[in-house]
Design a protein around this ligand. Sequence first.
Ligand code: WQD
Length: 342
Amino acid sequence: MRVLLTGGAGFIGSHTALCLLEAGHEIVALDNLNNSSPEALKRVSELTGKQATLVVGDCTVEADVEKVFTEYGPFDAVVHFAGHKAVGESVSIPLEYYRNNLNSTLVLCNVMKKHGCLNLVFSSSATVYGTNTQVPLHEDLPTGCTNPYGWTKWMNEQILTDWSHAEKDVSVVLLRYFNPIGAHQSGRIGEDPSGIPNNLMPYVCQVASGKLQKLHVFGNDYDTVDGTGVRDYIHVCDLANGHLKALEYAVEHKGVEVVNLGTGEGYSVMQLVHAFEEANGIEIPYVVDPRRPGDIAICYADPKKANEKLKWQATRTLTDMCRDAWNWQKQNPFGYHGDENK
Ligand code: WQD
């Protein structure tokens, strides 16, 4: 297959690019480099010995998307990763989140339609399950969100579902990611957050490297195994493989499927911290702070549907995730730029 990856230079996009190239597919990434580096795809090319083509352009700009289809197509399918993704920021600048995350999908689908490319895999998120307390989270549970970022994922799911209902040749797979962490085992590609990380694993890695002093654990009074929040952490390479399987499914089927990508296992913040300490032989100093507003106690996937429909399941353990995340951080203390002042 020849596949277009919007946002293909980002954390999940670059790992998926590598996975698709290794499986013998061709990829082209369209990325505005707003929150990613061209270095990621350069390294994907080095690791695979295959061409990871990057086109710098914006998915909300029709001329940019049109140019990729005209000059680099035809494509058998598209994976739409591109989007703003910071929950807190989305609360401060909601209009920008709605503009970017919805316009990109509308522009993309119109250009796909024009070029007769009707197979799409979309990066959705477990955040669409909102405050559901019924775990494991199954795809049929009611949805709803608690922040604008989440609503953009939810609205995109609706847009793509409506499109697939209206046009019988359209094939859409909506992938609801749980908590992707880790990095490629080579340590050459990984997560490169700008500024102080919001998410747990990148924060832990920066404490381990001495860049940050200590971890702030957001609440230890939840109704969980040790009082700290429980999440379904999934290795980014397992997640990337889920995209390969979703693409194979999309080109063979029509209509829309919504599929969880998670391991089905929940770990608490302190369980993750201890797994990191054990896997890497590094102590992580921490303090307990109040709960973070908007957080829920427990979130983990029912991964059965991914297994049945996509023939996919996660294979990597929490220890693998901790080891690979640290391996990347150690080798790239300043991310892709190698520059402390980034
Ligand atoms: C995990 C756990 C925190 C940081 C978010 C988005 C979601 C998706 C992934 C992506 C929670 C605790 C965290 C810290 C802590 N988005 N924590 N100290 O909130 O499950 O999901 O990222 O693009 O939409 O909501 O992930 O890694 O932020 O938090 O104690 O410094 O770690 O309270 O229990 P979350 P997370």
